[in-house]
Structures are given as C-alpha cells and as structure tokens.
Design a protein around this ligand. Structure first.
Ligand SMILES: [Zn+2]
Length: 111
C-alpha cells in the first residue's frame, strides 16, 4: 500500500475543504468520539443533489476524519479497520481515504 499517496490525497482534500472557508480546521478537530465521521461515507452516495445540500453539514466531520487518518498514517496504523482490526480494502481507501472502518463493519453499522 502506498501510504504516501493516501496522505497526499487526504491533505489535498483537507485543503479543499478548508479552502471553502466554511469550516475551520480547529472546529473539525474538536474531540468527538462518536461515529459521525462515517457520515462522510454517506456523502459518497449517488444522489448528487442530495450530496450538495448535505456537504456543508458533513464538511466538519470529513475534516475530523481526515485529521484522524493523518494521525493513523503517522502511527503506522492507517488502513486498519477501527472495529475489527482487519485491513481495509484498497479500493475502499481509494474511494474514501479518510474512512475508519472496513466495508463489512460499515455495513454492520448501517443495518
Ligand atoms: Zn472491520
């Protein structure tokens, strides 16, 4: 796994979100241990209009998830599912580099 590529993608996405002026990084990194970051996953659904409306509300959550992912990269635990400890599929990381859980655990959460 090319962690550096994910790091670049995360930093780019963070800059993109911060660049909108809607959310400050400080707000995004407020401590919050709930699973709200997984809202970020939902924002990658296929209803684009809905996404556009939801985006602002989820920006802060995505930013927080990005910060956490960057921390995991530094710790060397990036790409490991938070819930089951198994590696997250690279296809999933490519789609959502800031995801915390594998697709199996994600599906368990939403069911
Ligand atoms: Zn898992």
């Amino acid at each position: 796994m090319n962690v550096q590529a994910y790091k670049d993608a995360l930093v780019r996405k963070r800059d993109e979100l911060v660049g909108t002026g809607g959310v400050k990084p400080l707000q995004a990194s407020m401590e919050n241990n709930t699973r709200q970051g997984d809202m970020a996953d939902q924002a990658t659904g296929n209803n684009e209009v809905h996404i556009a409306l939801k985006l602002k509300a989820t920006d802060a959550k995505i930013l927080q998830a990005i910060e956490e992912a960057l921390t995991r990269i530094d710790k060397g635990t990036y790409g490991i599912c938070r819930d089951c400890g198994e590696p997250i599929a690279e296809a999933r990381l490519n789609a959502i580099p800031w995801t915390r859980v594998c697709i199996t655990c994600k599906e368990k959460q939403s069911s």
